[in-house]
Write a protein that binds this ligand. Structure first.
Ligand code: PLP
Length: 225
């Protein structure tokens, strides 16, 4: 576990720029496993399901970890997500914005938000169309209690790495365009166990890694199920 953490952190260095951040994807892992990873120095964890995450976030509260929601967010879970998470990476429709803003508790810092983009328009059923990013970003930037931090994508797991690379490159271009409008944004979340090296080369500032860190998951899950 510690060796994988060191390897990935090492691979996340970017010449002349800050290292990409590592988000440890802890879906299906129990609180004890997460606590061990935290003891090895990992601070940020990603979960796909609000219901699965809540008891872990509760159990590990004393560790002061940073929690990211990286799975599809149903509107009826926006309340719980806004209370429990530090980041929601999967805002892909306007309806979620006021729901998250309304429920973000006043005694917590603003909720960090990424716009999820459906960059290859194929396999993934979630994420907004690239043409919708600007309007969604404006809604988030204008909402109280939310802080726009950037973009997230889950390109379809094409075995052809050059195809995935071009999806990463398209995300980078979208990110640069958005950053000229919102200079405060700093996060481009893309790349998983299989392709994080390529994602970093193409501009990822945060990679989401599960199996390469914790080992294979017991049951194969769709990233966005
Ligand atoms: C599961 C998941 C990951 C991590 O996948 P690995 O292949 O295990 O690294 C990253 N992002 C999302 C959105 C996921 O659902």
């Amino acid at each position: 576990m510690h060796a994988a953490l060191a390897l990935i952190n090492n691979a996340s260095r970017r010449p002349g720029r800050p290292s990409a951040r590592l988000l440890a994807v802890s879906k299906t892992r129990d609180a004890t496993t997460i606590a061990a990873m935290a003891a090895a120095g990992q601070q940020a964890f990603g979960e796909n399901y609000v219901q699965e995450a809540l008891p872990k976030i509760d159990a590990l509260r004393s560790l002061g970890l940073e929690w990211h929601l990286i799975g599809h967010l149903q509107s009826n879970k926006a309340d719980a997500a806004a209370r429990a998470f530090d980041w929601v990476q999967t805002v892909d429709r306007a309806k979620l914005v006021p729901a998250l803003a309304r429920h973000r508790p006043l005694d917590l810092p603003p909720l960090n938000v990424l716009v999820q983009v459906n960059i290859d328009d194929e396999a993934s059923k979630h994420g907004c169309h690239p043409g919708e990013v600007e309007a969604l970003a404006a809604a988030i930037a204008g909402a109280p209690r939310l802080r726009l931090r950037g973009l997230m994508a889950i390109p379809s797991p094409d075995p052809d790495i050059t195809r995935r690379r071009s999806a990463f490159r398209a995300m980078s271009a979208l990110f640069d365009t958005l950053a000229s409008r919102y200079p405060g944004i700093d996060t481009l979340s893309m790349g998983m166990s299989e392709d994080f090296v390529e994602a970093i080369e193409e501009g990822a500032t945060l990679v989401r890694i599960g199996s390469a860190l914790f080992g294979a998951r017991p049951v194969k899950q769709e990233p966005n199920a």
